[in-house]
Write a protein that binds this ligand. Structure first.
Ligand code: FES
Length: 135
């Protein structure tokens, strides 16, 4: 199943779009969408150095060129591959989430995750997934 998350145009070019998903065990996790030159990538919103450290604190990630910069110790993750070539998390890779872009819209297509709501996991006062189209 694919669930509409947002449109590509709503993802800031110099930041990220934050949303929350629910795993099969009912746990919620945050996901970030970031723009690529030719599309969009999606990653779990935590650093590989300290996994309780969020990359997007609610205001969008810090980006430098084609890298996501961890706000805590500055590890730099490639926006396309998720690979960290620089900083304390060097050699690690962000956890990828499957998304698909169709006609300028971003859909969550990860079999293990269900769309929960826009924003971070503690902002669950927005209407549920009923407001999001599925196909
Ligand atoms: S927590 Fe991200 S680099 Fe240390």
């Amino acid at each position: 199943m694919a669930t509409l998350v947002t449109s590509v145009d709503d993802i800031p070019e110099d930041g990220s779009y934050l949303f929350t998903v629910e795993a099969a065990d009912g746990e919620t996790e945050e996901v970030i969408l970031v723009r690529l030159e030719d599309g969009v990538s999606a990653w779990k919103n935590f650093c590989q150095h300290e996994t309780d450290q969020r990359l997007d604190l609610g205001e969008g990630v810090a980006r430098r060129d084609d890298q996501i910069i961890c706000p805590k110790h500055g590890s730099a993750f490639d926006v396309g591959s998720g690979y960290c070539g620089n900083g304390p998390a060097a050699g690690s890779t962000l956890e990828e989430v499957d998304v698909t872009v169709r006609h300028g819209q971003v859909y969550l297509t990860d079999d293990d995750l269900e769309f929960s709501h826009e924003g971070g996991s503690d902002e669950d006062d927005t209407p549920g997934s009923s407001s999001h189209l599925r196909f």
